[in-house]
Design a protein around this ligand. Structure first.
Ligand code: ATP
Length: 746
């Protein structure tokens, strides 16, 4: 970067556009008092961003705008443009690779046109290649160009003096400027400002975190509770799966067993039917046995009656037999007195008739036909009477009477014998019936035994059934209780854990619980339920949502804090680096400047000595802390003079010392461009020559614009501009190329 030319328009006395070429090493500006020479220095100061109106000898902005003359109207704006040749794209000082985002895009141009415009209201605009930029950007650009609006870039008579009279601290700052350390200061200050902002931000964020911490802690505790409840819920879910699966299986088995072995109600049905059967058996046995007994008794009574009757008949028969024997005996005795002759045939015939008669009689008696028997008995009597009448005569004799009685008796005997046979027969028949009844009764008794056996079996079965029913009822009761407990547990699980509990069948029971007893599982479930209840937090979803948003905010703040602290750390590092660099470069620079100052001093004041001394200055800051600041002191002694106080030096001496110092300062980091506004004014001819020598040396490294009335100084210039007030009342610039003029003259 090299300074090319400066254009002034409307600035103070320069109403019209005036261009000043600053490409020569030593350019002189000469002209009468009041022609506007110093206005050129101020125009340069202006474009470099000078903020003090006072340093431009004005009070308000309008003071530096052309106010008009007899021939020219006043102007509303003043502008100064500085053109920088940037073809080499290299900064005079500083590293352009760290250029700000605003400036960086401009640094690619070959020509950089920096302009400042001021309006009558005092406002200013800064432009770079016609684009508005900020003062900050101007300062950055100038730092790259190695130009600063500092005391040593534009030095007027008063300012040269000022460096001598300045405080050690101000002097130090001026020296830092001269050493090109301003950029570090700018960066340092900016970094410190940033650090302050960052610290404030850190404080702010920490405060915010502190503010939300109790709430977050409270929410965290709630969430921990919810989470532990959630954990417990999962645990409960696992326990329920293990328990319910097993319990359901057991219940199914129990139910199956109950069904297989018969439910109490089905067993009751069996009991009922057994009872009915028993009842029927009891009744049936009783009836049949009593019927047999009764029948047998009746038959036996009948038998007894028959026996009596037969005995009676037998007795009668016996008596009749005895009577018959008697009668026959009687008849025999009678017959011994009489004889009866009876033809053989007739006797046989009568005997057959009588035989038939008896047979009929017997048959009728046997069949109980008593009338018929009487008829047959009469017939028999008639036959007998007829026979005896024929063979005995008509007179009734004792023999005949006996015979008749005998006949009747025989007939009666026959009759009774028939009766006796009939009764015997009846008795045989009756005995058969009795035997039959006996057989039946025997069979009945047998079946009664069997039935009784059956009844006993049934009764024992009934008793067995009763105890089975009691047992079954107990089992059913147990099943019902367990089932209702099971259902209630499922319902409770749904309420506490959720509907997924209903899916317990589709889950595998946890291996952990494989060997755990159901009762232990149940106890664990109860404990788990209790823990869930204890860990209950109302409005779970709201708490969770609030916790999430608060935590996100805290995380955001934490991250922000970390980021800020990181940048704080970086800034502190940068500040440290900058301070170290600054300190190192400064102390080296001070030594170098001091050395050059000594040389210059020795040259200007033969036999005199001058050096710069780095000193510590104690300072109390705003917070009452003691600080040590560095400052620069000037230690000089003039030849043959005891006075060391600079304030006691003569004006010329002071001017030379200050020039020597300024030149020494500028020689270490030579600025590309310097303006010296009548710094040689107080010098006599001899000192002006010494000034000229120093000027030349300085011009080897920096381009100088020297405003002077001094011919010695003018002699050293490569180019001279003459400034006059034109007829229109504004300043005019005339260029005289000294070298060319000289060469023409030769
Ligand atoms: P010297 O040699 O005496 O130092 P100089 O050449 O340096 O003089 P300047 O100080 O640059 O002169 O110029 C001062 C002149 O500029 C004064 O005559 C003053 O009237 C004129 N001037 C200052 N401000 C304005 C302005 N705003 N408008 C018009 N002219 C102005």
């Amino acid at each position: 970067m090299r300074l090319s030319h400066i254009t002034i328009q409307g600035f103070k006395s320069f109403a019209k556009k005036t261009t000043l070429d600053v490409t020569h090493q030593l350019t002189g500006v000469v002209g009468p008092n009041g022609s506007g020479k110093s206005n050129i220095a101020e125009a340069i100061r202006f474009v470099l961003g000078e903020q003090s109106m006072k340093s431009m000898r004005g009070k308000i902005g309008a003071d530096i705008i052309f106010k008009g003359s007899e021939h020219l109207a006043s102007m509303s704006r003043a502008s100064v443009t500085m053109v920088i040749d940037n073809r080499d794209k290299t900064a005079h000082s500083g590293d352009m690779s760290h250029a700000s985002d605003t400036l960086a895009p401009f640094l690619v141009y070959d020509e950089l046109v920096l302009a400042r415009v001021i309006y009558s209201d005092g406002t200013s605009d800064y432009m770079l290649n016609d684009a508005k930029i900020r003062l900050k950007d101007v300062q950055e650009l100038l730092s790259f160009a190695g130009i600063g609006a500092s005391a040593h870039t534009i030095i007027n008579q008063g300012e040269a003096d000022r460096i001598l009279l300045a405080s050690p601290k101000d002097r130090k700052e001026a020296l830092e400027d001269a050493l090109g350390l301003r950029i570090y200061h700018m960066r340092l200050n900016e970094s410190k400002r940033k650090l302050d902002r960052v610290k404030a931000h850190v404080h702010e964020v920490e405060l915010l975190r502190k503010e939300i911490k109790p709430h977050l802690d409270h929410l965290k505790r709630q969430v921990d509770k919810i989470e532990s409840q959630e954990e417990e819920r999962k645990k409960l879910h696992m326990l329920l799966i293990a328990y319910l699966t097993r319990e359901e299986e057991e219940l199914m088995k129990l139910n199956e067993r109950i069904r297989e072995q018969g439910t109490s109600s089905s067993l009751l049905l069996i009991t009922d039917s057994i009872k009915k059967e028993l009842h029927m058996l009891r009744n049936a046995t009783h009836d049949s046995v009593s019927v047999s007994i009764h029948e047998k008794q009746t038959l036996q009574a009948e038998m007894r009656s028959l026996l009596e009757r037969r005995d009676q008949v037998s007795k009668t028969l016996g008596r009749m037999e005895a009577e018959k024997a008697y009668l026959e005996k009687e008849l025999g005795r009678e017959q011994e007195g009489t004889s009866i002759t009876i033809e053989q045939d007739e006797w046989q015939e009568t005997h057959v008739v009588l035989g038939h008669g008896f047979e009929n009689l017997t048959s009728a008696l046997r069949s109980g036909e008593h009338e018929k028997a009487q008829v047959h008995a009469r017939d028999l009597h008639t036959t007998t009477e007829t026979f005896f009448t024929k063979h005995g005569g008509k007179e009734t004799t004792r023999k005949e009477a006996i015979q008749r009685d005998l006949d009747v008796l025989s007939a009666s005997i026959l009759e009774h014998e028939g009766k006796e046979r009939d009764l015997s027969h009846e008795m045989v028949v009756l005995q058969e019936r009795i035997d039959a009844v006996d057989t039946t009764a025997q069979a009945t008794l047998q079946s009664k035994h069997e039935e009784e056996k059956k009844m006993m079996t049934l009764e024992s079965k009934l008793r067995e059934l009763d105890s089975t029913i009691a047992l079954r009822r107990q089992e059913e009761g147990e099943y019902a209780l367990r089932k209702s407990h099971f259902d209630a547990l499922v319902q409770e699980g749904v309420t506490i854990v959720g509907r997924e509990v209903l899916e317990y069948k589709s889950h595998e029971a946890d291996e952990r619980f494989k060997d755990t007893q159901s009762s232990d599982l149940m106890r664990a479930i109860e404990r788990s339920k209790l823990r869930i209840e204890e860990a209950g937090v109302p409005n779970r979803e709201e708490v969770m949502a609030e916790y999430r948003s608060t935590r996100e905010r805290d995380e955001y703040l934490t991250k922000e804090l970390a980021d800020i602290k990181e940048s704080e750390g970086k800034l502190l590092e940068l500040i440290d680096e900058l301070e170290t660099t600054l300190s190192e470069r400064f102390s080296t620079g001070v030594k170098e400047v001091s050395k050059v100052f000594s040389e210059f001093f020795g040259e200007v004041f033969i036999g005199g000595k001058g050096k710069l001394v780095l000193m510590d200055i104690a300072k109390i800051d705003d917070e009452g802390n003691q600080l040590i600041e560095q400052g620069i002191d000037i230690d000089v002694s003039l030849p043959n003079k005891k006075v060391k106080e600079i304030s006691m030096f003569s004006g010329g001496e002071r001017a030379l010392v200050s020039i020597a110092l300024l030149f020494a300062m500028s020689s270490i980091t030579p600025p590309p461009f310097m303006v010296l506004d009548e710094t040689d004014a107080p010098l006599d001819e001899s000192n002006a020559r010494k000034y000229g020598v120093m000027l030349r040396r300085l011009a080897e490294k920096s381009k100088l614009l020297v405003i002077t009335h001094n011919r010695e100084t003018m002699n050293h210039c490569d180019m001279l501009y003459g400034v006059t007030i034109g007829v229109d009342g504004s300043s005019k610039l005339l260029s005289i190329n000294f070298k060319e003029a000289e060469s023409y003259a030769q």
